[in-house]
Design a protein around this ligand. Sequence first.
Ligand code: IPM
Ligand code: MG
Length: 369
Amino acid sequence: MASYNLFLLPGDGIGPEVMAEVEKILAWFKAKGIASFNTDRGLVGGCAYDAHGAAISEADMEKAMAADAVLFGAVGGPKWDKVPYDVRPEAGLLRLRKDLGLFANLRPAICYPALADASSLKKDVVEGLDILIVRELTGGVYFGEPKTITDLGNGQKRGIDTQVYDTFEIERISRVAFELAKTRKGKVSSAEKRNVMKTGVLWNEIVTRVHKEEYSSIQLEHVLADNCAMQLVRWPKQYDVIVTDNLFGDVLSDVAAMLTGSLGMLPSASLGAPDAKTKRRKALYEPVHGSAPDIAGTGAANPIAMIASFGMALRYSFGLGEWADKLDQAISAVLAKGLRTKDIAGDKPANATTSQMGEAILQEIQALA
Ligand code: IPM
Ligand code: MG
């Protein structure tokens, strides 16, 4: 039985609760002899700050670097609103992304048939939706320098963030998008703001060239990022793969999440470049939702995004795509049976807690085995 090192970083708020549901599934995979996941666990975010005064310790960074994949829960909460900027909870996640070189963030937004009513949009707009946002994750305004607040000395301060993209960063993310489009409906929509931003002009130019030279069989369209946001709520099914920069990808993926009914439904995979020798990619898998401190500890959290993130790990890190499909089927079946955590219950009361939802999904996979 293949054996993998999985580093768990549950984080803050609902992170540990949703991670616990994945751990049940991991234990079953091992018991069933499908794959053995050796897990180690670390601290990230506010809990790491409380323990070490940093958003992630050096020891945990080393473990994340050495692991076959990292499973990440969520970070942050009001308790840490006042901690210094450099050690705020989010800094742990951003350091993981940057130091592991996880430049490609895949955020699939799928509307499960049973949830077409749970979206705030009309049923026919979201029913059957299956789009994939490919977000550049290690560049752009998140990391560009200078990034400062300076005192101008006249009672004014100036805040500066810098959006920077180099050719190779745009090339490699667009290749990821084109490759994934090959396995889907064969269409890529590239979103930027070339009408206002130089990085947008360059983005457009490079994506166009990569398409022409390497992927001319794929359909490519360019869309302004603001228009893309509007189109996503107007008629999202026009899209297949959307490729975009770090900041636009952050915003557009939250929009896409609500098309699926709830932020609690959206998984993500963050992948690095394949290693020249081993062909293995560094990878981190995390739900798109945050730490939801308001519901932490109440059993109201939806574990589906976290479980589906593990499904993405099965597909992209462990070559177990068949089991990733089964996990998706199990999620779909549980929803079809009417199980709902609070976030997807609509105006009815929830009929499942976090652990009831997790266990129901586990039972469905067991039935599919
Ligand atoms: C996300 C989150 C993060 C981001 C935060 C927590 C730093 O919103 O993964 O979408 O902005 O990238
Ligand atoms: Mg976000």
